[in-house]
Design a protein around this ligand. Sequence first.
Ligand code: ASP
Ligand code: MG
Length: 408
Amino acid sequence: MALIVQKYGGTSVANPERIKSLAARVARYKALGHQIVVVVSAMSGETNRLISLAKEIMPDPDPRELDVMVSTGEQVTIGMTALALMELGIKAKSYTGSQVKILTDDSHTKARILSIDEHHIKQDLDDGYVVVVAGFQGVDANGNITTLGRGGSDTTGVALAAALKADECQIYTDVDGVYTTDPRVVPEARRLDKITFEEMLELASQGSKVLQIRSVEFAGKYKVKLRVLSSFEEEGDGTLITFEEENTMEQPVISGIAFNRDEAKITVLGVPDKPGIAYQILGPIAEANVDVDMIIQNTGADGTTDFTFTVHKNEMNKALSILRDKVQGHIGAREINGDDKIAKVSIVGVGMRSHVGIASQMFRTLAEEGINIQMISTSEIKIAVVVDEKYLELAVRVLHKAFELEAA
Ligand code: ASP
Ligand code: MG
């Protein structure tokens, strides 16, 4: 007998039929003698619908009230899921985040989990219930409803699995696992049987959207065994997220290619090359709460430097006006430009640690297609490049081929 947390995303609870099929899967696991905790998202599209409703009333909605509204999406699906289980003759009980007592801090719309009271859930499981918990929501110390950020039900699932010391946390979604890259871009993309936490974390942070990044961090930290599976298929083992120790046999050099079109590039030209400049440029950007991703700086022959960095596309204009209003005159920069027609492509693999020449193979592959690399950043297990947006798909395809990711 195992204790399994099964998390179902929006497409897996999109309508009563999908919820009935979810219940049928839970029933099969229950029949094998397992204890099951189900975590559900809102029906697909529901959270977006609730956010737009709020915005029709207040363009920039008050975060506490927004949380009160959006948390209702998951309250509907836990009730439906418990009913669907009861219809199959299974004892089931649903809980909102606050009923469980998933205690969070008070940062509405992006709260962090502080603790989970697992006692009622354990008792219910021992009494033979399937326990259904609302994803994405919690409660702060003052009883206010909080939410964990978009995609936060993954984090609820993993956090519950950690608190209950579950044997496995299964994330059910509309794909049957983690792929070498997005199959919509590369039809030859292959499902991975296993991937390490580190790789998953890099892929998620570089734009792969299978799992919310915080849930992967959480699972890594608390050693939760995590598996991504399709709720649309009966069979299949999905992708197991492993710790590297368990996954060393015939580790491929590259495990996956992630990409995103979410970033914009800002270049500050002709900056005097002296101490404090990076701080004077990025300090005001950080104060305005704008996240910076990649950064490069080149020193020219004339003693001035060009300083380039990327931010989220939605924040490019904000960053540009901060720089033009507060920084340019002050540091004496010649020119400040923004470019949001860029894309970032990253190759990720723990095998990079023990292989040389991966970067040059990547750069040669792109050069052979005439794709210009605008920026580069690396970590121990990742190489990311910024290219012109129009080359994104080509870049992903040729890299997928060059690193033989389609081969089994
Ligand atoms: N319903 C929330 C969202 O759409 C949480 C989740 O689906 O994980 O972001
Ligand atoms: Mg989701």
